[in-house]
Design a protein around this ligand. Structure first.
Ligand SMILES: Nc1nc2c(c(=O)[nH]1)N(C=O)[C@@H](CNc1ccc(C(=O)N[C@@H](CCC(=O)O)C(=O)O)cc1)CN2
Ligand SMILES: Nc1ncnc2c1ncn2[C@@H]1O[C@H](COP(=O)(O)OP(=O)(O)OP(=O)(O)O)[C@@H](O)[C@H]1O
Length: 206
């Protein structure tokens, strides 16, 4: 069985389990993670932070983290999926675009084939190389800080290209619902491990 087939099966299994989470559990877990994140030294010291706009029912909610980041005067970036060709990039690549205010975040509209809330313009962190930390979404995580995403390879490729260009890697903080924590998962050559993982109802894993 190839690595990607194994990942596919796992993704399906985790997603099935996520269908049973209540809205209340999602909010409680997300609040717990928010409160841990703001205690994290790397978060406190970060000037520039990339977050994500969560999917409705299957990811840690991020709105409070984004709000707090603005309140603390941090520079906030959000992902945008590009479906164009760009020299040196994988077809379908990620940009991290600067968003000016929390109001602008609240005004985001669904974009692209996954109907994610994304900015349409703004300064691109790939140009400036200014990212201190990235809050990384995912489908499944392990206590050893492995991560598996939706299988598009967006984050891995972003990090590779960013590292090549700027010779600097942002600090990666994964955030996980308890239902997304598994014993182990298959990884491939291109996968980046997280630097920290925050799982609801657990201590921060460094
Ligand atoms: N909230 C959020 N935003 C994000 C990501 C993410 O994981 N979460 N991404 C992280 O990279 C990028 C978007 N990547 C995505 C990749 C695939 C699918 C998706 O639904 N794909 C399949 C289903 C595959 C599966 O998960 O089994 C589909 O087309 O239906 C969604 C987003 C950028 N923005
Ligand atoms: N640096 C890269 N350059 C080109 N392709 C890449 C790169 N990194 C990953 N990919 C490709 O992306 C595809 C999906 O990778 P993978 O299954 O690891 O995604 P994922 O980490 O689960 O998803 P995501 O990061 O989008 O949440 C693979 O086919 C892989 O070859």
């Amino acid at each position: 069985m190839s690595m990607s087939i194994a990942k596919k099966g796992l993704r399906k299994h985790i997603k099935q389990g996520l269908k049973n989470i209540s809205q209340e559990s999602l909010s409680l877990q997300s609040r717990y993670i928010h409160d841990k994140l703001i205690q994290h030294e790397k978060f406190q010291n970060a000037k520039s932070i990339a977050l994500y706009m969560n999917m409705p029912d299957s990811e840690v909610r991020t709105m409070e983290m984004i709000k707090t980041s603005f309140q603390l005067g941090k520079s906030v970036y959000l992902p945008r999926c590009n479906y164009t060709e760009k020299e040196g990039r994988k077809k379908n690549f990620l940009s991290m675009l600067n968003v000016n205010s929390f109001q602008d975040v609240q005004n985001l509209r669904p974009q692209g084939k996954y109907k994610l809330l994304e900015p349409v313009d703004g300064e691109d962190a790939m140009e400036s190389g200014s990212l201190d930390i990235i809050i990384v979404p995912g489908v499944a995580f392990t206590k050893t800080k492995k991560r598996m995403g939706h299988g598009a390879g967006f984050y891995d490729e972003f990090l590779n290209y960013y590292y090549k260009k700027h010779n600097r890697k942002p600090y990666l903080i994964g955030v996980a619902l308890e239902e997304q924590l598994i014993e182990d998962l298959p990884t491939e050559e291109h996968d980046w491990n997280l630097d920290s993982l925050i799982v609801a109802n657990h201590d921060i894993i460094y």
